[in-house]
Write a protein that binds this ligand. Structure first.
Ligand SMILES: [Zn+2]
Ligand SMILES: [Zn+2]
Length: 279
C-alpha cells in the first residue's frame, strides 16, 4: 500500500526529539456472534465469523497517564448482550493505573461501548471533539437508527461534565501532552478522533473505531456503522499519514491485537503496543 507523502512536521522521528511512552490495549469484553455480513458493507464472505473484542487503551510515561476511552459497565453488557470479561476500571488498576488519579481521559467518540464509567475518573478532564458533542446532543438523536449506538446516560453524564468544566473541547488537532496529539477524522461517528503517540518503535496511532479491524483499513472495506463514508475513508489516509507503518495503526475492535502484541506479565488480556508485534 502506498502511503501519502508526509509533511516535515509529521516526519519527525520519535527517537531523540519526542518523548517515548508505553502504550497498552486492555481487553474487557467480547462479542462472538458477528460475521463479515454483520460487520462490513461489502463482505467477501457473508457468513465468515468476524468476532469483536472491546478495549480501553492507556498511555504512560514522563509523569503522564492518559486513558483513551472508558468502556461500558456490566449492566450495559447485559442489556446489549456482550460477554463481559472484566471491568475496564479494574483492568487499568491491574497495570498500576489508579483511575481516581488520572487527569486526562480522551474519548475517541461517544458510542456506548467507549464512553461509560466516567464517575470512576473523579479528577479527569475529558477530551472530546466539539463535533461529537454537538452530534450526540443534536437533532440526529431524534432518529432511532442514529442514536442506537449512543447511551442517553453517557451523553447526559457528558453534559453534566460540561457544566462542571471538566470537558476539554477540541476542534481538529491538539497536543495534549508532549508529543501526544489527537486528530479529528469523523467518518464512523461525526466527531471520531484518533490518538497519536511516540513510542520506542515509532509513531503509533490508536485509531479506535476509525478502523474496527485491520481488515477495514487494509482492504479498504468499511464497517457498517458510519456517519460519513467519505470521511471514514479519508480518515484511513490520516491514520496512515500519522503512523509509522501498517502495524502502528491499532484498530478498535480487532481480536488480532491480543494475538499479535506481547501480553503484560500475568494478564493475557492486556498487551503492550509500544513493543513490536510478534509476527
Ligand atoms: Zn463506535
Ligand atoms: Zn466501538
Amino acid at each position: 500500500m502506498t502511503r501519502p507523502a508526509m509533511t516535515t512536521s509529521t516526519m519527525t522521528t520519535p527517537t531523540g526529539t519526542a518523548p517515548q511512552y508505553e502504550v497498552f490495549a486492555l481487553r474487557y469484553a467480547h462479542f462472538a456472534d458477528r460475521t463479515q455480513g454483520s460487520n462490513l458493507i461489502f463482505p467477501d464472505d457473508h457468513a465468515a465469523p468476524m468476532p469483536l473484542d472491546f478495549f480501553v487503551w492507556a498511555v504512560r510515561g514522563h509523569g503522564r497517564t492518559i486513558v483513551l476511552d472508558t468502556g461500558f459497565d456490566a449492566a450495559s453488557a447485559v442489556r446489549r448482550n456482550r460477554v463481559w470479561l472484566r471491568s475496564p476500571i479494574d483492568a487499568l488498576r491491574g497495570i498500576g493505573i489508579a483511575p481516581e488519579t488520572v487527569e486526562d481521559v480522551v474519548i475517541s467518540h461517544m458510542h456506548w461501548d467507549h464512553a461509560g464509567n466516567w464517575a470512576d475518573f473523579p479528577r479527569a478532564r475529558f477530551h472530546v471533539q466539539e463535533a461529537e458533542m454537538a452530534y450526540c446532543t443534536g437533532r440526529c438523536m431524534c432518529h432511532e437508527p442514529m442514536r442506537r449506538p449512543f447511551d442517553v446516560e453517557h451523553v447526559t453524564q457528558a453534559v453534566r461534565h460540561v457544566f462542571a468544566e471538566r470537558v476539554a473541547f477540541h476542534a481538529g488537532t491538539a497536543e495534549i501532552a508532549p508529543g501526544i496529539t489527537l486528530h479529528l477524522v469523523g467518518g464512523h461517528s461525526k466527531g471520531q478522533q484518533i490518538l497519536r503517540v511516540p513510542t520506542a518503535r515509532g509513531w503509533v496511532v490508536l485509531a479506535s473505531d476509525a478502523t474496527h479491524f485491520w481488515h477495514n483499513i487494509r482492504a479498504r472495506s468499511p464497517f457498517v456503522l458510519l456517519h460519513s463514508l467519505e470521511d471514514m475513508i479519508e480518515g484511513w489516509l490520516t491514520c496512515e499519514r500519522l503512523a509509522d507503518g501498517p502495524d502502528h495503526i491499532i484498530p478498535g475492535h480487532d481480536p488480532a491485537v491480543l494475538r499479535r502484541f506481547p501480553a503484560v506479565a500475568g494478564d493475557a488480556d492486556t498487551v503492550r503496543l509500544d513493543l513490536p508485534p510478534a509476527d
